[in-house]
Write a protein that binds this ligand. Structure first.
Ligand code: ADP
Length: 258
């Protein structure tokens, strides 16, 4: 009976998953279909014709982006954990973050934990940073500050009981000064939950962040204030390598603007 229940739950999850994509794709197909209908009209002014063709091209691009992301998600490879220095990795991807948010957004890097090592899949870690940076950019509407902070903390918010001494976790925060998250805060990590318009948002980003965090023995937390901004914090267990006898000993710290 337990197997049957698990099977049923699995089928329900798959149903929700495919239902979400089918819904988004259907909306996009509707746009293509009606644009074609408009194009069929006789004596259509040239300028209108161009507009409908552009709409079709744009919509098809969005649809293939959606399926591309879905395929990437489905094909997710098994995690290949390796030990790496978190701050070093972040410095290595700053140019990429700069490209994502654009030149008008300030990027402030705040490293309070030098030589903090974790054991996790590097590519997935970078993908999580990208996903959070994309969301931060979308929340800021072209102007604001992206704050990237690395710190070592004694516990993850959700499981304070398991606090295991100072510096047990590396906390990587991506903060923005964007619109904030009004309500339904509890839904944002769900697969396919998005408030973005059809084709722009897929609702896959934070699912990846969440899945990566959990599979790496960590967690992700969010704090947000409407009109002020949002901050996501990714917690990863710190590995033995890099932990000084006095675990806070290497918190020399550096803070600078990119
Ligand atoms: P997507 O970005 O495709 O919508 P995500 O899973 O990355 O999917 O995000 C889900 C939703 O969470 C977004 O649509 C948005 O409503 C909300 N969200 C995520 N990050 C932020 C942020 N930094 N500021 C405001 N809202 C956010």
């Amino acid at each position: 009976a337990e197997d049957a229940l698990r099977q049923a739950q699995k089928m329900e999850a798959v149903g929700q998953l495919t239902g979400g994509v089918a819904h988004d794709l259907n909306n996009l197909l509707t746009i293509v279909r009606s644009s074609i209908e408009f194009l069929r009209r006789p004596n259509l002014p040239e300028e209108r014709r161009i507009r409908y063709i552009d709409a079709i091209a744009d919509t098809v691009d969005r649809a293939s982006k959606l399926t591309g992301q879905l395929l990437a998600f489905a094909r997710r490879q098994a995690l290949k954990p390796e030990v790496f220095d978190v701050s070093e990795r972040i410095r290595a991807v700053i140019d990429m973050l700069r490209t994502i948010v654009g030149s008008r957004i300030r990027i402030v890097i705040d490293i309070a934990c030098e030589h903090c090592f974790v054991e996790a899949d590097v590519t997935q870690f970078e993908t999580a940073l990208v996903n959070m940076a994309v969301n931060a950019r979308d929340a800021m509407d072209g102007e604001g500050t992206l704050r990237v902070r690395v710190d070592s903390v004694s516990s993850m918010p959700a499981i304070r009981r398991h606090a295991g001494g100072p510096g047990r976790f590396v906390a990587v925060s991506i903060g923005d000064t964007g619109v904030g998250i009004p309500n339904r805060l509890g839904h944002i990590f769900e697969l396919f939950f998005t408030t973005k318009e059809v084709g722009r948002g897929t609702g896959l980003g934070l699912s990846q962040v969440y899945g990566f965090a959990k599979q790496s023995g960590g967690d992700v937390a969010v704090e947000s204030m409407v009109g002020q901004g949002t901050s996501f914090t990714l917690y990863l267990p710190r590995t033995a390598r890099g932990i000084a006898p006095d675990a806070e000993g290497d918190r020399r710290g550096s803070r600078y603007e990119e």
